[in-house]
Design a protein around this ligand. Structure first.
Ligand SMILES: [Fe+2]
Length: 254
């Protein structure tokens, strides 16, 4: 692909996301070198993006203020959507969380623009059995392996694929945070890609989504800690809702 030095970075990211994920074939990901090369170029571009590139000013914490309590915990800024991917920015107010959810058959690229987030990822395990082959505690629970990473604007992106890290919970750490989110292909309930929410039934150690958030903060950045847990699908949690805000950064067209 010819190098394009004049376009805004977010436009280059959109073009590269389209080139990477157009006609995505989940069964060929591990062996498709052309896909991996394009994905690496996308990761390089996304790693460089900062809040200023999107004309987003980092928000200050107004913890407990009336204005903050009246605002949604999470706000989405839509940038663009094609049949290959969707792209936008999630803004989390201080202490906000995006509860544990999945991205069926999808890839994801999450890059922090300001603040710090803790991302707790899960991989569903084959056959819905625990690490030692034990059956689930209820018929509808699924086993999953958990890992935790912390990301700031200087971190590379957090990646998810249809099989790896496909479920995640995202918590703002130490104040407000924002991240760029690319999902490929986009959510589409009519094509089997609806968003489901989960709760952890059984935590096998401290620091999980039901654990003490302070213990999560104490983890070293991007240090992964893996544990096997049980997940139960639940309706969207009542204390989570997502508002909308217009995107005011450079125009993007794909
Ligand atoms: Fe997500």
């Amino acid at each position: 692909m010819p190098r394009d030095s004049k376009s805004p970075l977010i436009q280059k990211i959109a073009r590269q996301a389209y080139a990477t994920f157009r006609g995505f074939d989940a069964s060929a990901v591990g062996t498709d070198q052309a896909f991996l090369d394009k994905q690496n170029e996308l990761i390089e571009l996304v790693t460089a993006v900062r809040a200023a590139d999107l004309k987003i000013a980092p928000r200050q914490s107004q913890a407990g203020s009336k204005a903050e309590l009246a605002s949604p915990p999470v706000t989405y800024m839509h940038i663009c959507e094609t049949d290959a991917f969707s792209m936008g920015v999630f803004l989390l107010r201080s202490g906000a969380s995006i509860p544990l959810h999945d991205h069926p058959g999808m890839n994801g690229v999450l890059k922090v623009l300001y603040g710090k987030v803790s991302v707790t990822c899960f991989d569903k395990l084959e056959g819905g059995r625990g690490a030692r082959g034990e059956p689930p505690p209820t018929q509808s629970a699924a086993a999953a392996r958990r890992s935790v990473g912390e990301y700031s604007e200087d971190s590379g992106p957090c990646l998810l694929t249809p099989l790896r890290h496909n479920l995640h919970q995202i918590d703002a750490v130490e104040g407000p945070a924002a991240f760029l989110d690319i999902l490929a292909p986009p959510y589409d309930p009519d094509d089997g890609r609806d968003c489901h929410y989960y709760k952890v039934l059984q935590a096998t150690g401290a620091g999980g989504p039901d654990g003490d958030p302070k213990e999560r903060r104490d983890e070293e950045e991007e240090k992964e800690k893996e544990e096997v847990m049980w997940l139960l699908e639940i309706p969207q949690p009542e204390d989570f809702w997502c508002g909308g805000e217009p995107y005011r950064g450079p125009a993007v067209s794909v």
